[in-house]
Each structure stands twice: as structure tokens, then as C-alpha cells.
Design a protein around this ligand. Structure first.
Ligand code: FRU
Length: 485
């Protein structure tokens, strides 16, 4: 068997060659994290380390479909401009030969350490174990000779035993691992003093029967005076990635759930993970795709991207807000500004001059001056009107949706969620368009919707619209955004 470093080099040079053609694809993003070529899924190993942000991701460099998982790696000084680094992990050992699955990263006293799941297909069920790997130069990773550090699931777990997220609390390492048993999703808690020897603490949290049969990618962290547990539940109809708000008791190792909600109501969002920034911000990245959906870019040699980094806050009403980090303002170029427009059904062409497929848009509508049944912003519009992606608000139902039924290739349909606009009577939309995605935040990030779209590259029009009446547009600002790649 080739050594880990040989396999890493082989994967890297394959991806570099493939990247030459992939780069020509008009759907390649301008400022979102992607791999140079091939398939990616979950964000992994998010960490601020020695003054830089590291993001890893589940990676199959050899094709644009999921396969034996590697870890890809990018690095940034500002959360905006990313640099591709060589493939970090390749499946190379007996215990991870069918994939280095999802996991996390920590700064272990100046040593960048990754904790991941080794996956091996053995019989009808996979064997999943937890492993660690370290680096002396933050680029090349050596797998620990004592791997796996957790060689089998505890009695409370099952063969589905993956996605370790590790953090330090009161001088001790803790790990939460996703699992499920007897049809009930569970998050399992471990502790360790050295990252090598782990002690099983118990079931941190479990489904009550309504939250899926397997919890992928758990992440537990404090936020304001609460703890948040994020999971990607399998088998929870209508939900992809949820967050639970509750309290954590380290003496019992139990998380007590008080409420839960969807993290992102768009069609393309899964396996979100967070990390702590140097300034105390809790920052989240998600995978901006979803299992089992069409990936039109597969034909062009790549698939998958991550969301923008989002700062999480706990609001007074106990829900989370998510807003793209403020550093992203450095991408802003040409600026457009409109104010005090009455948008009426049947009319169009309100935003003359605003076009593009890499745009940031902020729009504010006055709900007290609205009798339209629905209104919003259209993006990626073709000149002949046949193609468009609609950001739609229906004030009566307080529903915010992204309608992709005329978006071009890929999945169609309409996805959305409820947005309580409160007494203020204003709808604020914050939209980030990239060349094959729309990320939408409503009213300061009270709701997020991430969607991939694949229109004709020439469909670049933007407009506002109203139906069955009119709505007052208080202001709309737009910026063309610079590319980083
Ligand atoms: C989530 C997931 C993880 C697993 C990884 C494999 O999307 O299924 O549970 O570790 O993807 O790529």
C-alpha cells in the first residue's frame, strides 16, 4: 500500500491537472470556498490557528461524485481571501481505507491537530472509528501511530459512529460524536486529557423519536448564556440541519434541550460546523449542497461549495441569527443606490444598471405601505424574461422563499420559511449572489436560505417586483463583488 504522503501527492497532482479544465466552467464561484476540481461535501476542521483561519472539507479529488473521502484544505488571514493548500488527508491505513470522514480541528498547544472518522466497509455495515492526525508545518499531516483513538462505538452507539467535534472546556478535551441506536439519533460525549486516550462520558443528547434516526455532524458550543447543539439528522422529514438551544451540565455530561429550529431554510445546506474566532465570534460554515440532489456542474468536473462564513448570535427570543461576517465588505466594488420607490404589479425595470452574477444586495421594504400579496427581488433574470430566480415575501403568511422554478438547470421548486417581521413593519433582505448560488438572510439574519442555481451565464438581470398591488421600497443598495479565485 502506498504511504499516506504518496497518496496525498497523487490526489493533489490529479486535482491540479483536472483544475485546468474545471476553471473554465462559468458556474465556478467567484468568492465561495470550492475545491480546485472534484467533489466536496461537509466543512471539516474549522479552526483559527496561529493567526490564520483554516477550513478543511470532505473531498473526492478523483471525480465530481462522492467517493473515498480525502480532506481538502484552504487557509485565509481574513475569512474572505482563501488560498488552496495541498490535500491534507487521504485514506491510507487499515482503519480509514474507505474514507477519512468528517471531523474537527484543535490547536493542541501550538500543534494543529485534526480529529476525524476512519471509515471501512466491512460486511453490511461500515466500521467507523475515531482517529487523530497532526502537523508540524500546518500543511502535511501525519496520522497518529496509536490510531484509532476510539476503536469502537460505546454500548449506547451503533455502527453509525462518526463526525467527532472536539473542544476544550476547563482544561479538558471533550468530543461529541454522532450516532443513533434503535431508530433514535444520538450525540455521544467523550473526554480526554491528551486527545489520545478517550473516556466515554455518556449520551449527551438524544432524539425523542421525532428528530431522526441518526445524528450526523454534531457540534456543541456555548453562546451567550445558553448552549447550542447543532446536528444534521437523517430521517427527519422536512428538516436538514437543525440547532437546539438548551443548557449543558458538565458534571452529568448532559445537554438539556429547550427548543429547536432549522438552521437554514434553503434547499442547499447541510453538515454545518462552527468554530470560535480570536475575537470571541462563533462562526459557522455549511455545505452549500444537499445529498440526493442534481449537481449540474458534475458534467464540468466539480461539485460542491461551502456557504459564506456566518456569525452566530443568540437573540433575546431564544432563536439564532446568522449574518455573513463583516469582513466580506472588503469584496464590495461598484455601488448602486435606490430609494423611495413604489413597486407596482405589472411594472418592471426599477433597477436600471444593476446586473451581475457576483452581487451583494440589501433591500428594505415597508410593510406598512404594502398591499401586494407577494413581492421581492428577482435575480439572474434573462433578457427575454424566461429565466429568473425569485426571492419572494408573502406578508400575510410572513413567508420568505426562494423560488427556483425558472432558475435554469438543477433542482427547481420553491423553498422557504417563516420570518416574523415583528412590530417594526420592515422586511430587510440581504442577498449574496455568486455564479451558481443565492444566499439570503432576512431581517438581520433571523432566517437564512441557501440555494444553488444554474441559470444561463448571460442571465444577469436584477429587479424588484410586486403582485396584486404595490409595496414601498425604502432603499436598495447593491455592490458588485470582487472575485478571490
Ligand atoms: C455528512 C456525512 C458525514 C460523513 C461524511 C462523509 O454529510 O455523511 O456523516 O462523515 O458526510 O463524507
Amino acid at each position: 500500500m502506498e504511504s499516506h504522503q504518496e497518496l496525498v501527492r497523487r490526489a493533489q497532482s490529479f486535482a491540479e491537472q483536472a483544475a485546468v479544465d474545471v476553471a473554465k466552467d462559468p458556474y465556478r464561484h467567484g468568492y465561495h470556498i470550492m475545491a480546485p476540481a472534484g467533489w466536496i461535501n461537509d466543512p471539516n476542521g474549522l479552526v483559527y490557528f496561529k493567526g490564520e483561519y483554516h477550513v478543511f472539507f470532505q473531498y473526492h479529488p478523483y471525480s465530481a461524485v462522492w467517493g473515498p473521502m480525502h480532506w481538502g484544505h484552504v487557509r485565509s488571514k481574513d475569512l474572505v481571501h482563501w488560498e488552496h493548500l495541498p490535500v491534507a488527508l487521504a485514506p491510507s491505513e487499515e482503519y480509514d481505507r474507505d474514507g477519512c470522514f468528517s471531523g474537527s480541528a484543535v490547536d493542541d498547544n501550538g500543534v494543529l491537530t485534526l480529529i476525524y472518522t476512519g471509515n471501512v466497509y466491512a460486511g453490511p455495515k461500515a466500521k467507523q472509528v475515531q482517529c487523530i492526525t497532526t502537523s508540524t508545518d500546518d500543511v502535511r499531516f501525519e496520522k497518529y501511530v496509536g490510531n484509532p483513538v476510539i476503536a469502537q462505538p460505546p454500548v449506547d452507539g451503533s455502527a453509525d459512529f462518526r463526525d467527532p467535534k472536539v473542544w476544550m472546556h476547563d482544561g479538558k478535551w471533550y468530543m461529541v460524536v454522532g450516532s443513533g441506536k434503535e431508530g433514535v439519533g444520538r450525540a455521544l460525549l467523550y473526554s480526554s486529557s491528551d486527545l489520545c486516550r478517550w473516556e466515554y462520558v455518556g449520551v449527551l443528547s438524544a432524539s425523542d423519536g421525532s428528530l431522526g434516526y441518526m445524528w450526523e455532524c454534531p457540534d456543541l458550543f456555548p453562546l451567550a448564556d445558553k448552549h447550542i447543539l447543532i446536528i444534521s439528522p437523517m430521517g427527519m422529514p422536512g428538516h436538514k440541519n437543525i440547532y437546539m438551544v438548551g443548557t449543558m451540565d458538565y458534571t452529568t455530561g448532559k445537554f438539556t434541550r429547550e427548543s429547536y429550529a432549522e438552521l437554514d431554510y434553503g434547499a442547499d445546506f447541510y453538515a454545518a460546523q462552527t468554530f470560535l474566532g480570536p475575537d470571541g465570534r462563533r462562526i459557522l460554515f455549511g455545505w452549500m449542497n444537499m445529498w440526493g440532489t442534481k449537481q449540474p456542474t458534475e458534467a464540468n468536473g466539480w461539485a460542491g461549495a461551502l456557504t459564506l462564513p456566518r456569525e452566530l448570535k443568540l437573540l433575546p427570543d431564544g432563536t439564532l441569527s446568522q449574518n455573513p461576517v463583516s469582513e466580506l465588505r472588503s469584496l464590495r466594488r461598484d455601488h448602486y443606490y435606490f430609494s423611495d420607490l413604489v413597486v407596482t404589479s405589472g411594472a418592471s425595470g426599477y433597477l436600471d444598471g444593476v446586473t451581475g452574477d457576483q452581487l451583494e444586495i440589501i433591500a428594505e421594504f415597508d410593510l406598512h405601505q404594502c398591499d401586494a400579496s407577494q413581492f421581492g427581488v428577482k435575480v439572474r433574470c434573462s433578457a427575454d424574461g424566461s429565466q429568473e430566480t425569485r426571492v419572494v415575501f408573502r406578508p400575510k403568511e410572513e413567508m420568505l422563499e426562494v423560488d427556483r422554478s425558472q432558475s435554469g438547470l438543477g433542482e427547481g421548486g420553491c423553498r422557504g420559511g417563516k420570518l416574523d417581521t415583528g412590530k417594526e413593519g420592515v422586511l430587510r433582505l440581504h442577498i449574496f449572489l455568486d455564479r451558481s448560488s443565492v444566499e439570503l438572510f432576512g431581517n438581520e439574519g433571523r432566517i437564512a436560505l441557501s440555494s444553488r442555481v444554474y441559470p444561463e451565464p448571460s442571465s444577469q438581470g436584477v429587479d424588484v417586483f410586486a403582485e396584486d398591488g404595490s409595496v414601498k421600497l425604502i432603499r436598495l443598495e447593491a455592490w458588485r463583488l470582487q472575485s478571490i479565485w
